[in-house]
Design a protein. Structure first.
Lengths: 183, 354
């Protein structure tokens, strides 16, 4: 059934369309929000390079949207989290990138590098297994968004942000303990 | 006083000022809450450690370089990024599902995605869009479509895990058809969704490309946003010796559309008034009640469809190459039974699910 799985895991959180109009405030929003968008995606992916790719996708979608400027940062942060999580689930691109990165890096201690990479992989797998809303809230909070900002971005009450983040942290720890290496 | 929630304990760690004085006082003097706070603190620190573990994650972004890359990106590069959704949307079934979701309020997206699975396995390749269906633009040609949760399927450890993850129950097959055997694999389909923003100028351009003029857009419709959602779902799949599954039994929460304000009928009526949508298709779309209708379009040249029933619910039988499937909706859930079987076999499995 790999064929079935492979073929349905093809989506990406991007807008589609031909020759779209570009919003006038795009550069301003881009410059203000880019570090935040990359930080959110990097938190999910554990890779700067791939996070920057995700940011490009997210701004592309934003440029063609009618999201009010005042809601841009929240919208972009959520879109970055979703798009990055989608990348995790598809997995293929990341694996290729990791292999490339390994080939380019001169690791002082190969064993350490392998262990680190394996741990990163386990964290990403655990994130991908969390319920999507929990994963997004967790990543946004750990990317520095305040409770009010997370609440606004996810259309939650500020009170429930703590509950969702708490659940996500507990679930993340359980996931990582459950799948901890046996040796 | 009741103990403050776990969420309040968690917020106390990050934003003490956001926690009410009464809660803070309670927590300060309550051994149980102190213990809960310690556990929350440990879990938060653990999460912070694993999520911040990579030094490169916190490196400063080079915004100038990123903007240069963004603003000078080659069109071909963008096409690569978009090609996967493009290719999905190019499928007439999926394209029409998109339009149907929009105009009916409950469309064929789920069924189309299941059909897409079969197409992906070369059971029913869509070789060429058929003349009339091909005239229907893709959803993104009426505005901006942003997919926030793509359709994704993952394997579940067993039926119990699949049911727990999807929140749906999977009915048992009373008797497997001849030639189908062994234990099925179970899959969970995650909730999928996106937002669609209707844009008058995009629609006008689409109309112009079709040599037509879009009528004036009703007040409030331009820029109105809709949230599309389908799933979650689950499936049991019996493998065969070929790539085609021998038998699939699937259930998925029916697609739905949430409007941010404009009544749904406004969009439906406007889109079906566009002259470049074939009359017979528009008439069918207008005929849908807007609630719980699952239109299954197919090109007559490629798939044979017929109307039947399963358990008293109207059902559509789709035959495509060596694959036969039956799809019906009951209680807000799309059900499908399909396989490399005869129509009689598929229908008897569907009708005897328990």
């Amino acid at each position: 059934m790999n064929v079935v799985q492979e073929n349905v895991l093809v989506g990406r959180g991007v807008a589609v369309g031909s020759d779209p109009p570009v919003r006038a405030d795009l550069e301003q929003v881009f410059r203000a929000a880019y570090p935040r968008v990359v930080a959110v995606a990097a938190r999910v992916l554990g890779s700067r390079d791939e996070a920057e790719d995700v940011a490009q996708e997210v701004f592309l979608a934003f440029g063609r949207s009618t999201v009010p400027a005042g809601e841009a940062t929240g919208w972009l942060s959520v879109a970055a989290a979703h798009t990055a999580l989608n990348h995790l689930r598809s997995g293929r691109r990341r694996t290729a990138r990791e292999e490339n990165a390994t080939g380019e890096t001169v690791a002082p201690d190969i064993a350490d590098a392998v262990v680190t990479r394996d741990e990163r992989r386990r964290v990403r797998e655990a994130l991908a297994r969390l319920p999507r809303r929990q994963a997004v809230a967790l990543v946004l909070r750990h990317s520095g968004l305040s409770y009010a900002e997370v609440a606004a971005a996810l259309d939650l009450s500020p009170g429930s942000v703590g509950t969702i983040v708490r659940r996500a942290e507990s679930a993340l720890r359980k996931e990582l303990n459950r799948h901890a290496p046996s040796d | 006083m009741r103990h403050p929630t776990d969420g309040t304990l968690r917020r106390l760690l990050d934003e003490p000022d956001g926690v009410a004085d009464a809660d803070r006082d309670h927590i300060a003097h309550c051994p149980a809450c102190q213990e809960g706070l310690n556990v929350a603190r440990d879990d938060a620190a653990f999460a912070a450690t694993v999520l911040h573990a990579d030094a490169e994650v916190d490196a400063e972004a080079d915004v100038d370089q990123a903007w240069t890359r963004f603003s000078t990106r080659a069109p071909a590069g963008r096409a690569t990024v978009l090609s996967r959704w493009r290719s999905r949307l190019r499928s007439p079934v999926v394209a029409i599902a998109g339009a149907a979701v929009l105009v009916t309020g409950a469309g064929a997206a789920a069924a189309a995605d299941w059909l897409q699975i079969f197409q992906a396995e070369r059971v029913a390749p869509v070789t060429a869009p058929q003349a009339e269906l091909a005239k229907i633009p893709e959803l993104d040609e009426f505005g901006d479509l942003v997919i926030t949760d793509e359709i994704s399927v993952r394997r579940a450890q067993g039926v119990a895990a699949a049911q727990e993850a999807s929140g749906l129950t999977l009915p048992a097959v009373a008797e497997l058809p001849r030639g189908v055997g062994g234990e099925p694999s179970y899959f969970v389909v995650a909730k999928a969704g996106g937002t669609f923003t209707f844009r008058a100028d995009t629609t006008a351009r689409t109309a112009a490309k079709a040599g037509a003029t879009a009528p004036p857009v009703p007040p409030g419709l331009d820029g109105s946003r809709f949230r599309l959602s389908a799933g979650p779902g689950l499936a049991a799949v019996w493998a065969s010796d070929h790539e085609i599954p021998a038998l699939v039994v699937a259930r998925i929460t029916a697609p739905s559309v949430y409007s941010a304000g404009v009544p749904f009928t406004t969009v439906r009526d406007y889109l079906t008034s566009l002259t470049f949508i074939p009359d017979d298709v528009a008439a069918q779309l207008r005929g849908f009640s807007g609630e719980g209708t699952l239109p299954l379009f197919s090109a007559v040249e490629e798939k044979q469809t017929s109307v039947t029933d399963v358990g008293g619910h109207p059902a559509t039988l789709v035959q495509s190459g060596s694959m036969v499937g039956v799809v019906w909706v009951a209680d807000g859930v799309v059900n499908a039974v399909a396989g490399s079987l005869t129509a009689d076999e598929v229908l008897s499995v569907a009708r005897e699910l328990r």
